[in-house]
Design a protein around this ligand. Structure first.
Ligand code: B12
Length: 484
């Protein structure tokens, strides 16, 4: 008997299985699939049953998926996919169909939200695509059933050989959402530790408190949440943190919001609450330089802010101006000094290989980055994702090999004019090597002995993999691409 009330929510591996186990990036950076946990909480609240299978975190996930298909016979199977993990999702959908031919597959996430109808045209394994925010669309689809899907806004599906698309869906009020169903993630939180040197204490994990970003950077895909900025109130967020502390014992949280401080007052209110009623937790967040100031930073530090990440992208002013609004490197540098002055660790997020990149711009970038008071940095290999402003015309600026499985910011799939891939790799290695050769950087890691002792424990436990990584010249980037 088919179970119409059950959906299996799958986070594909997004790697070639053979490569995944040896990959230090994977060991260093396994994050909870917060989108699936959010969907699960919403469905559970409405009385549906669901299981999350995070194949990225659980090596036995694929086997578990097949077992559940056999034993539970769910009517629905949902996949959450980035571009890099999409084809693995399709492969799993094909396997699942062989096991349980009647199962309906629904895909959501950044890749399908950007490519929409194309996905259904090219992949018979996909029955439905949910465009953008998924909670209400998925719930309604499960409620009405596949035959009535055309009534459900936010959906693309098939009617015989035709593809249909329903009206767009209005956005949710984020404080109305239940907290993500973290408890449905096997091994949470131990299995989902932040990258080493990115936290002071354990257990730790990541969290999201807003959706959308009003900026329009050339390399960023906003197909899922769009350009508006919606956010949880300070009170909701405080309760969310308290829940993470009480239920799972978390002592540190990394906010993965694109713009944590975009709404200044809510951060002020949250910090005030954390000061009035401390939870014994610290946090990291990503900020944009325009949206911080010394007063806010002092308050954030007092409330437990341990590290902030900033998208610097490149230290070449002309290149930056082609890809970002407010390209002001002096302002960026002064904000980084402000963060350090407040006693907060800084992490710079950079990219190499953007359209317009040159040997000169890379040298300028290195000089700029090494002149900044940053404690840590991550260098991603620029990748033109579907849905980003650059995607359509990127071929005019160089050579683009659109191999989705390799589009994980750890491969130069795009090679700008004037470069070869080999030369880009050399410069990428040089960037990391030059960073790690600076005594200041080593001293910084040494201080982690007392500032983040668990990071050193993990470092030593995985020493073999780290040495292999170092011998490769850090070509893959320690965290496996960009933090976003
Ligand atoms: C946290 C994060 C990560 C984490 C963890 C990702 C994870 N496991 O969930 C880490 C650091 C590991 C990571 C890695 C990468 N990431 Co990332 N990441 C994010 C980030 C900042 C937040 C994701 C999130 O949790 N959002 C909150 C939840 C609630 O939203 P959501 O996941 O989108 O889910 C909603 C909808 O998409 C939809 N939905 C999602 N899945 C499903 C499934 C079904 C069945 C349905 C119906 C609906 C549905 O409903 C959900 C609820 O509304 C986003 C940007 C963003 N702000 O969303 C980028 C983002 C997803 N990442 C991106 C990229 C490029 C990457 C990397 C390739 C490179 C990198 N940056 O390191 C790797 C790829 C890893 C891989 N192999 O797939 C891009 C994706 C672009 C693309 N087309 O692939 C994004 C969109 C950033 C951007 N704007 O460019 N990432």
């Amino acid at each position: 008997m088919r179970n119409d009330r059950l959906i299996l929510l799958v986070h594909p591996l997004g790697y070639h299985a053979a490569r995944a186990d040896a990959d230090i990036a994977r060991k260093a950076n396994v994050m909870p699939p917060l989108g699936l946990a959010a969907l699960a909480a919403y469905l559970l609240r409405a009385g549906f049953d669901c299981r999350i299978i995070d194949i990225n975190a659980d090596p036995a996930g694929e086997r578990r998926l097949l077992e559940l298909l056999r034993s539970e016979r769910p009517a629905w199977l949902g996949f959450s996919c980035t571009t890099a993990s999409f084809l693995d999702g399709v492969r799993l959908a094909r396997l699942a169909r062989r096991e349980l031919p009647a199962v309906r597959t629904v895909f959501g996430g950044a890749h399908v939200s950007a490519l929409q109808e194309q996905v259904l045209r090219d992949y018979p394994e996909v029955d439905f695509v949910v465009v953008g925010e998924g909670e209400a669309t998925l719930l309604e689809l499960l409620e009405v059933g596949a035959d009535q899907a055309e009534q459900v806004p936010g959906l693309i599906g098939r009617r015989g050989k035709e593809i249909f698309r329903t009206a767009s869906r209005s956005l949710l009020e984020l404080d109305d959402l239940p907290f993500p169903a973290y408890e449905r993630l096997a091994g949470y939180p131990q299995r989902y530790q932040l990258p080493i040197f990115n936290y002071p204490t354990t257990p730790n994990s990541s969290c999201i408190s807003s959706r959308g970003c009003p900026y329009a950077c050339s390399y960023c895909d906003r197909s899922v949440f769009g350009r508006s900025f919606r956010f949880n109130s300070a009170e909701y967020l405080y309760q969310h943190l308290a829940y993470l502390r009480e239920r799972f014992g978390l002592r540190h949280v990394n906010f993965y919001d694109d713009q944590f401080t975009f709404q200044r007052q809510r951060v002020v209110d949250l910090c005030q609450k954390l000061l009035d009623k401390p939870l014994g937790m610290t946090f990291n967040c990503a900020v944009r330089a325009e949206h911080i100031d010394p007063e806010l930073l002092r308050l954030m530090k007092a409330a437990g802010c341990w590290m902030t990440s900033l998208g610097i992208e490149t230290g070449d002013p002309e290149l930056l101006a082609q890809h970002r609004q407010n390209p002001d490197l002096d302002m960026m540098a002064s904000k980084l000094h402000q963060i350090k002055a407040a006693g907060i660790r800084t992490k710079g997020l950079l990219m190499m290989g953007l359209p317009g990149e040159s040997e000169t711009s890379i040298r300028r970038s290195m000089e700029y980055v090494f002149s900044l008071p940053i404690d840590d940095f991550n260098l991603a290999k620029f990748t033109p994702f579907p849905g980003t402003p650059l995607y359509e015309q990127v071929g005019e600026h160089g050579e683009f090999d659109e191999d989705w499985e390799k589009m994980d910011c750890m491969h130069f799939q795009f090679v700008p004019k004037g470069f070869t891939r080999v030369r880009l790799e050399e410069l990428f290695t040089l960037f990391y090597k030059s960073h790690f050769q600076r005594p200041k950087v080593w001293f910084g890691y040494l201080t982690m002995l007392w500032r983040s002792p668990d990071s050193w424990r993990r470092f030593v436990a995985n020493l073999g993999s780290f040495l292999r990584f170092a011998r490769s010249g850090g070509r893959r980037g320690i965290e496996g691409g960009a933090d976003v």
